[in-house]
Write a protein that binds this ligand. Structure first.
Ligand SMILES: Nc1nc2c(c(=O)[nH]1)N[C@H]1C(S)=C(S)[C@@H](COP(=O)(O)OP(=O)(O)OC[C@H]3O[C@@H](n4cnc5c(=O)[nH]c(N)nc54)[C@H](O)[C@@H]3O)O[C@H]1N2
Ligand SMILES: Nc1nc2c(c(=O)[nH]1)N[C@H]1C(S)=C(S)[C@@H](COP(=O)(O)OP(=O)(O)OC[C@H]3O[C@@H](n4cnc5c(=O)[nH]c(N)nc54)[C@H](O)[C@@H]3O)O[C@H]1N2
Ligand code: SF4
Ligand SMILES: [Mo]
Length: 686
């Protein structure tokens, strides 16, 4: 087409960052296609990616700053909005102290520097209260794996693996590129094992599918450890040279007999465990055990995740080809101010309660925040600036979230749309979309760094992440911390110590490989007298010195989930949040091309359960937990696609918000993660 130019950048309709070709005509993106040269997605896009323009040009997109008045929202100029917001923040900080203000970044803004900008801004204006979606997202796995071997990798080396275990994850919907990698490994002969309470899309392709009761995964992991240890199918060299606490693992694993594991998980452990062990043995150490979000939202989630991480150590599948490889980082300059302004004496919210969350992630606890807003204890919290997040939809106990956010003196929401959270705001600042910003992106899975392109010029009243924080910081007397004129200057600064210039990055729009792959770094480090792993002892820790120091069990002990004890008044176990490829949490429901594929919410139910309560597909049911109720249409599954007594519902539906019934009062004690995936509920026809 004449007059069409193609601009290469990254998709950010999800956090997978596929390479895209934006076809631009007269200043408008007319089409988005996959970038064939991109090493990650190799030209493929999912349905969200190719419909990026639907979001950018959506008719309901917010393009002017809005201020809430007695007559609803009214448009005001950006300068006025920023002036008023800054004045209110200043007054609140003067009256209640600097810590009465916080910032919250959500899933939509997950490039490294966006998160760091939010962290920098809040510390620059004197408060330690940084919140994010991550404390109900991957932080659980981050903490679990960091406790055991110093880091977590979201993109293990699937492609070179000979045995892939997908444990509580749903790649065809959640991570299409991961699915491609798994398929390529399968073509080369890798076996696939899926462990999930649902017979999911990936489970259908598996050589071995293991159905488990929600929250019981630790029992299966320990049962597998017992089997591997008893059969001697372990990597003795790794265990002896690189681990601490193996003796305790060996001793504790004895408890996990087939009978015990079968009772806890509901699977046929006597046949499943030996088969799993044989498959692992046949591929050792080129085994990827990939743990997904399915293990995180549980009361004993971290220890279940740690038990999975232990398996890596037992079989030596640590920083290996075809296993959980640890990517080399890119030396970007740090934006956060934790070293120069830690502000710990100001009491980051939730740090006392969940010190490990704060220690590993430097995040405050979002659920504690809601209680603190409402109680004013231990100190008043009055103002929140929130960007790229929709907690009124995505955090547990949405009723309380709405009440708490509504009770703030000031809520500022940086958004593209009138989300459930934006509706509660005092000010809405229109945000630049991913095609209207330019940012650094580091992709660990491919060890590439990319400078994303500002394909479109944002409209005058629309701010990118840097501009919003910069403008507010300047008005609050913290402009020295935001000296860069714009995000282009910031990007140049970020790479200024890396040895790679912005020009080089511009010349590599499909990603610049910054480092070669290096396996088994722990061996090199040990030989050089360095700590092999980034843990307290420097070793792979079966027993955690840090947990012990904080008063927790040092071993990842298994605790039976409360849902394994049937409560007559709440006889069902509800799993939430299994992803659907067209939606992204609460996003895309307003985009007809995406929403038309699944226009109605649904709760998945076993046919025997549906028959028992007398409902069929399409019938409405009322689902009630100790937190609240939600009404939703039923989807009766085929046969055993879901366990009897188990239900599944995806979050993100405005009219059927499952987070009305998830727990903001039951937590994993180590990470503070909420119980959202084994919620005890009752169900009745409605
Ligand atoms: N299309 C789309 N893609 C997304 C997202 C989205 O909203 N939409 N969200 C993105 C984000 S932020 C994240 S964190 C990732 C998450 O991506 P994944 O980690 O793949 O998470 P889910 O899709 O929720 O899949 C979790 C799986 O675990 C199962 N499960 C639930 N409870 C348990 C349990 O106790 N044990 C076991 N073994 N399995 C269990 C569920 O049935 C489900 O199949 O997806 C990302 N990708
Ligand atoms: N029940 C249940 N609840 C869950 C989960 C679950 O499994 N079950 N999963 C949890 C997980 S893993 C996560 S990550 C959280 C996610 O929770 P959130 O962080 O709240 O993520 P989103 O709902 O995607 O909200 C992102 C918001 O940012 C807006 N937005 C989109 N693009 C941009 C942009 O470029 N800039 C800005 N400033 N805004 C933008 C969108 O319109 C949207 O309203 O949800 C959690 N909630
Ligand atoms: S998986 Fe889909 S939404 Fe995510 S980056 Fe790739 S194309 Fe975009
Ligand atoms: Mo997430």
């Amino acid at each position: 087409m004449s007059g069409t130019s193609i601009v290469k950048t990254l998709c950010r309709m999800c956090d997978d960052h596929c390479g895209i070709d934006c076809h631009v005509e007269e200043g408008k993106v007319v089409k988005i296609e996959g970038n064939q040269e991109h090493v990650w997605n190799r030209g493929r896009l999912c349905i969200k990616g190719s419909h990026g323009t639907d979001m950018i040009y959506a008719p309901d997109r917010i393009r002017k700053p809005l201020k809430k008045t007695e007559n609803g929202f009214v448009e005001i100029p950006l300068k006025q909005a920023l002036d008023e917001i800054a004045e209110k923040i200043r007054n609140i900080q003067t009256e209640y102290g600097p810590q009465a203000v916080g910032v919250w970044k959500g899933e939509a803004v997950g490039f490294a520097q966006e998160e760091e900008l939010a962290r920098r801004w809040i510390h620059a204006i004197g408060s330690p209260n940084y919140f994010s979606n991550d404390s109900a997202c991957f932080a659980g796995r981050w903490i679990g794996y960091s406790l055991v071997y110093g880091r977590w990798n979201a993109q293990p080396d699937f492609e070179n693996s000979r045995c892939i275990i997908i444990w509580g994850a749903n790649p065809p919907h959640a991570h299409p590129n991961m699915t491609q990698q798994i398929n390529r490994a399968r073509e080369k002969g890798a076996s696939l094992i899926v462990i999930d309470p649902r017979f999911s899309a990936i489970a259908r392709q598996a050589d071995l599918y293991v159905k488990v009761k929600p929250g019981s995964d630790g029992a299966l992991a320990w049962g597998l450890m017992r089997e591997l240890i008893e059969r001697g199918w372990t990597d003795q060299e790794f265990i002896q040279n690189f681990t601490v606490g193996f003796g305790q693992v060996k001793e504790y694993a004895r408890k996990f007999t087939y009978e015990y594991v079968a009772r806890e998980t509901g699977c046929d452990a006597a046949s499943v465990i030996p088969e799993l062990a044989r498959k692992i043995k046949a591929s050792m150490p080129h085994t990827v055990i990939y743990v997904g979000n399915g293990l995180e939202h549980h009361e004993n989630g971290i220890n279940n995740i740690r038990a999975c991480a232990y398996l890596d150590g037992l079989i030596g599948a640590v920083d290996q080809k075809g296993a959980n490889y640890s990517p080399v980082g890119f030396p970007m300059k740090e934006l956060v101010l934790y070293k120069e302004k830690p502000l710990l004496d100001l009491g980051p919210i939730g740090r006392d309660r969940f010190p490990i969350l704060y220690r590993y992630r430097q995040e405050c606890h979002t659920m504690t925040l809601m209680d603190q807003i409402l109680s004013g204890k231990p100190y008043p919290f009055k103002a929140l600036v929130l960007t790229g997040a929709n907690p009124a939809m995505t955090n547990p106990n949405s009723f309380k979230v709405r009440k708490a956010l509504g009770a703030l003196d000031l809520l500022v929401v940086h958004e593209l749309f009138m989300s459930e959270t934006a509706e509660l705001a005092d000010y809405i600042l229109p945000a630049a979309s991913y095609l209207e910003r330019s940012e650094m992106h580091v992709h660990g899975g491919t060890q590439t760094v990319t400078l994303t392109r500002r394909v479109l010029t944002p409209q005058p009243e629309v701010t990118d992440e840097y501009t919003m924080f910069h403008e507010l910081a300047v008005r609050l007397g913290a402009g020295d911390y935001f000296p860069w004129k714009d995000e282009d200057e910031l990007n140049a600064w970020l790479v200024s110590d890396s040895g790679i210039s912005i020009e080089t990055l511009k010349a590599h729009p499909s990603g610049y490989h910054y480092a070669p792959v290096e396996y088994e770094k722990h061996k090199r480090k040990k030989a050089a007298g360095e700590k092999p792993f980034n843990t307290a002892s420097g070793m792979f820790e079966f027993t955690s010195a840090i947990l012990k120091e904080h008063g927790y069990q040092e071993l990842a002990e298994y605790i039976s989930p409360r849902s394994n004890e049937v409560r007559p008044d709440r006889p069902y176990t509800l799993v939430t949040g299994a992803r659907k490829v067209m939606y992204y949490h609460g996003r895309n429901h307003n985009l007809p091309a995406l929403a038309s594929a699944l226009p109605e919410a649904e709760i998945e139910m076993h046919p025997a359960d549906a028959a028992r309560i007398g409902v069929e597909s399409g019938s409405m049911v009322k689902v009630t937990s100790d937190i609240g109720s939600v009404v939703v249409p039923v989807k009766v599954m085929e046969g055993d696609e879901i366990g009897e007594g188990v239900l599944q519902m995806t979050h993100g539906w405005k009219s059927h918000n499952v987070n009305q019934i998830t727990h903001d009062n039951v937590f994993d004690p180590i990470s503070g993660f909420p119980l959202m995936k084994a919620v005890q509920v009752s169900v009745e026809p409605y």
